[in-house]
Design a protein. Structure first.
Ligand code: TYM
Length: 332
């Protein structure tokens, strides 16, 4: 079985619809066909300031959301990144294979550093994509399910794997991004030309999976649409309606052409009203499942400890090989 690895940051009170449709849905599906490793990336989270208590809580809530979305801890190793210290250890070795200029070209770093100012942006923010490469390469992952915004980081992971293999002999599997085109980028409901993100300029553009479903429904109903009135998928001319069709299709199972046919002659209001209902039907039972996982934190922590143990077995093996390849003396 081919291996899959992916991660998500515990940096918000809730995952959002972009996380789910862009990545997490694929995490769940790939369990049927692949050996899967999924983690909450708390090491990545501290590249920007975090309140320790809040971080700990969000890490558990993240794990509970993954379970509630269908990550099955029997089939997947579900764990917290800091529980597997080999990630940080491999990251150091990979940092020493990465050019300063190469790291400087990462657009997510450039965007975040520009927002924070270079004096405030941490060195961890700079080396973030190299830690991400370590996450992936340490499991010899063949595929990495992510949204479009992670493509450049994936390209760096591939480059580092190939470079290391050339320099030291075949050591790493070169990973492929698993980016599903239709849902690779879910857009902000208020500004449908920028991606849905937790740092959205208006909270009304963002659907959080754990917010009050009534609030989500209202956000859908007040989503920005376009002039005109036909419900057709046309991302260039009708970004708002096209985004709603993408979301609708992903949640409801009907294809975009089927939805276009179903809404021929109807108005934007009908589309939004129905999509709001579909969304509420999805998030309501999801929220109940999240709560039930959070009601038994001891059990949740046990699941994560078990996942970390499984992950460590693989990670330790790769790290030992890497340490040997680079010429470290084996400990006595
Ligand atoms: P993060 O936590 O920002 O996002 C988690 C996943 O959600 C996807 N995503 C989206 N997909 C479609 N439309 C959107 N609007 C949208 N917003 C977010 C992201 O692409 C991502 O797949 N660096 C990663 C975390 C990470 C990781 C890894 C991923 C750390 N190590 C190793 C894969 C492999 C991140 O910040 O994701």
């Amino acid at each position: 079985r081919l291996r899959v690895l992916s991660g998500i940051q515990p940096t918000a009170d809730s995952f959002h619809l972009g996380n789910y449709l862009g990545a997490l849905r694929q995490w769940v599906l790939l369990q049927d066909t692949h050996e899967t490793y999924y983690m909450v990336v708390d090491l990545h989270a501290i590249t920007v300031e975090q309140d320790p208590k809040v971080l700990r809580q969000r890490t558990r809530v993240s794990a509970a959301q993954l379970l509630a979305l269908g990550v099955d801890p029997e089939r997947s190793a579900l764990f917290v990144q800091s529980h597997v210290p080999e990630h940080a250890q491999l990251s150091w070795v990979l940092e020493c294979q990465t050019g300063f200029g190469e790291a400087s070209r990462m657009t997510q770093f450039k965007d975040k550093a520009a927002k924070q100012g270079t004096d405030h942006a941490s060195v961890g923010l700079f080396t973030y994509p190299i830690l991400q490469a370590a996450d992936i390469l340490i499991y010899q992952a063949n595929a990495v399910p992510v949204g479009e915004d992670q493509r450049q980081h994936l390209e760096l992971s591939r480059n580092l794997a190939q470079r290391f293999n050339r320099r030291y002999g075949k050591t790493f599997t070169v990973p492929e991004p698993h980016i599903v085109k239709d849902t690779a980028k879910i857009f902000d409901l208020q500004d449908p030309t920028s991606k849905m993100s937790k740092s959205a300029s208006s909270p009304n553009g963002l659907i959080e999976l754990l917010e009050d479903p009534k609030r989500s429904a209202k956000k859908i109903r007040s989503a920005v649409t376009d002039t005109g009135r036909d419900i057709v998928f046309d991302p260039e001319e009708k970004a708002g309606v096209s985004n709603l069709l993408t979301i609708y299709s992903a949640l409801d199972g009907r294809t975009v052409p089927e939805l276009e046919a179903a809404y021929a002659g109807k108005g934007y209001g009908d589309l939004k009203k129905d999509l709001a209902e579909v969304l509420v039907e999805f998030v309501t039972p999801f929220q109940e499942r999240v709560q039930s996982y959070l009601d038994d934190v001891a059990e949740l922590d046990k699941v994560l400890a078990h996942g970390a143990e499984r992950a460590r077995a693989v990670a330790a093996e790769t790290l030992a090989l890497v340490y040997d390849r680079v010429g470290f003396l084996p400990p006595g």
